[in-house]
Design a protein around this ligand. Structure first.
Ligand code: SF4
Length: 341
């Protein structure tokens, strides 16, 4: 692997609350190469979004303790001043959110909002910023961009607002784009268009992308590498092919079992993962997935409850589970047979 553009090392993000410390992210490490896409997948509350807000330096320092390293092109973002982060945000790194309507100001035109970001980071004139906004709207496929640039967000459809937000995020040609469930609120056709747009833009610009989602189907479309998060930790890592075709962790099997297959019979029922995600105020001991896992009795002793499974990676591949490789192979074969029978 070449030198990563972003390297996150042993990241912990803990929040102080009236009820105690919430360990939202607990010892997360990963790398992304320039021009590649890392898909981070997990349920709500798994720590996906918290991780990315920490990379961007958007947590409130008054009640958040962040430790570890976030190296962006060799610079540790956890050690820099807020002013430096402000320069990097929107310029070297930027983010698109799920809810474009809530993220865009209703009082300013789309062109003003794209242009404002551009002016802030480049010192361009208003005229230059407007021209750049039209150029960006053209790039993201907004029809009649020289007219629509003067529209307000409410005059755009949901898909067009999402495109406008992508235009705003990319206006300064960032090297890192964090996309937090950017297609969840859109219908399937528009979702596919936005994914194609992101892939095209990445090919043109070489931007690294972190794509956060709860949907493995979306991961299959866009990611190069995949990180599966559960209860604030990484439970499985690998290339997209490794994680989707040969998943090693019971939680990843659960995620797969709760989504439809393309190659199996249409009447196979979807199987939701039993139970709910863990409280991060009082997380379960041992493996955080153990209260929901149906394989705990296959592990000798009480290890799933008593002992935290380590994530040991070989060539970037691995899963944090006490099951032996032979057991995982056997159980995943059974799981696949049940889904395609
Ligand atoms: Fe299940 Fe135990 Fe593996 Fe955790 S370590 S996923 S509880 S079998």
């Amino acid at each position: 692997m070449s030198t990563p553009f972003l390297s996150v090392r042993d990241l912990h993000v803990h929040f102080s609350t009236e009820d105690g410390i919430v360990k939202a992210v607990d010892g997360l490490s990963f790398d992304i190469e320039a021009g590649k896409t890392l898909g981070i997948v997990g349920e709500s509350g798994s720590g996906k979004s918290v991780t990315n807000l920490a990379i961007l330096g958007l947590h409130d320092p008054a009640n958040t303790e962040i430790t570890g390293e976030v190296l962006l092109d060799g610079e540790d973002l956890l050690g820099v001043k807020e002013k430096r982060l402000e320069t990097l945000r929107g310029n070297t790194m930027s983010m698109i959110f799920q809810d474009a309507l809530a993220s865009l100001s209703p009082y300013h035109t789309i062109g003003q909002q794209i242009g404002e970001t551009y002016r802030k980071h480049t010192g361009a004139s208003k005229k230059e910023a407007r021209a750049r906004a039209v150029e960006m709207l053209t790039r993201v496929g907004i029809p009649q961009p020289d007219i629509r640039v003067d529209d307000y967000p409410h005059q755009f459809s949901g898909g067009m607002r999402q495109r406008a937000m992508i235009a705003m995020a990319l206006v300064c040609d960032p090297k890192l784009l964090i996309a937090d469930e950017p297609t969840t609120a859109l219908d399937v056709t528009v979702q596919a268009q936005i994914m194609d747009l992101l892939k095209d833009l990445q090919q043109q610009t070489g931007t690294s992308i972190i794509f956060i989602t709860h949907d493995l189907g979306v991961i299959a479309d866009i990611a190069d590498e995949v990180l599966v998060m559960y209860g604030g930790r990484c439970v499985e890592r690998g290339t997209k092919k490794e994680v989707l075709a040969d998943p090693q962790h019971p939680y990843t099997w659960g995620l797969l079992g709760s989504m439809p297959t393309l190659d199996g019979p249409v009447d196979v029922p979807l199987t939701p993962i039993p139970g709910t995600p863990p409280s991060l105020l009082n997380p379960p001991t041992g493996c955080r997935f153990h209260p929901r896992c149906t394989f705990t009795e296959q592990v000798s002793g009480n290890r799933c409850v008593d002992e935290t499974p380590e994530l040991r990676l070989v060539d970037g591949r691995g899963a944090a589970c006490h099951l032996t490789p032979e057991q995982r192979r056997e159980f995943f074969t059974e799981f696949t047979a049940a889904r395609t029978a």
